[in-house]
Design a protein around this ligand. Structure first.
Ligand SMILES: Cc1cc2nc3c(=O)[nH]c(=O)nc-3n(C[C@H](O)[C@H](O)[C@H](O)COP(=O)(O)OP(=O)(O)OC[C@H]3O[C@@H](n4cnc5c(N)ncnc54)[C@H](O)[C@@H]3O)c2cc1C
Length: 180
């Protein structure tokens, strides 16, 4: 791999360099939800990715040892993907089981027996369509069987960048001169 000399790479620490480079890519934040016994299990995921319009497919990449991986592998029912808004960072921390997470009861709506996060910007009810090996993660592709979304004017997404949460800044008009 050729790395331009102006690029910061921690000495000899390829794994750290990989993580460092990845953090330059900001993402939205979603929560995967799935029935678990009498309740629900949730997991914060920044790997949410739209895959196909026809059929309607969305993917998430899930760490292999972990409860969510186990539940998604086992299910032949529905699971939910909820897109969080800028005021829902506490929910993201809660379902990431972050040490600083505030213990809270997250309110859910139930759609066809499956929980989704109440007041999320958008929710997708999915049925497992394919599972692909992704190294230490598995990529779960789900077919969207139902969905809901807020109006664009009413919402601002939660953004994850360099391990911190942000909200959207100023709009840059398309076609304007950028700072390249
Ligand atoms: C903004 C944000 C985005 C995130 N995006 C993603 C994402 O896209 N994909 C993703 O996978 N994670 C992501 N995470 C991390 C994820 O939310 C947490 O690791 C969460 O606790 C995993 O939930 P779980 O139910 O799968 O695992 P839990 O069962 O709660 O376990 C938590 C972690 O413990 C470890 N663990 C559990 N069981 C075992 C075992 N038997 N052997 C060894 N280790 C074990 C695993 O590392 C596991 O991930 C994100 C976190 C944040 C804050």
């Amino acid at each position: 791999m050729t790395v331009p000399s102006s690029t910061f790479v921690p000495d000899g620490l390829e794994a750290l360099a990989f993580r460092h480079a990845l953090r330059h890519f900001p993402t939205g934040v979603s929560v995967i939800t799935i029935p678990d016994g009498d309740g629900a299990h949730g997991m914060t995921a920044s790997s949410f990715s739209p895959v196909s319009l026809n059929p309607r497919l969305c993917a998430v990449s899930v760490n292999k040892p972990g409860r969510m991986h186990e539940l998604l592998h086992a299910t032949d029912g529905y699971y939910g993907l909820s897109v969080l808004g800028n005021r829902q960072g506490a929910i993201a921390d809660f379902y990431a089981r972050s040490p600083w997470a505030v213990s809270a009861e997250v309110k859910m709506d139930v759609r066809d027996g499956c929980p989704v996060v109440r007041d999320s910007l958008a929710w997708f009810l999915c049925r497992k369509w394919g599972v692909y090996d992704g190294g230490d993660h598995s990529i779960f592709v789900g077919e969207v069987v139902d969905l809901g979304a807020k109006d664009v004017g009413d919402v601002s997404p939660l953004i994850f960048h360099h391990s911190k949460y942000f909200e959207l800044g100023e709009n840059i008009p398309r076609g304007s001169e950028g700072g390249v």
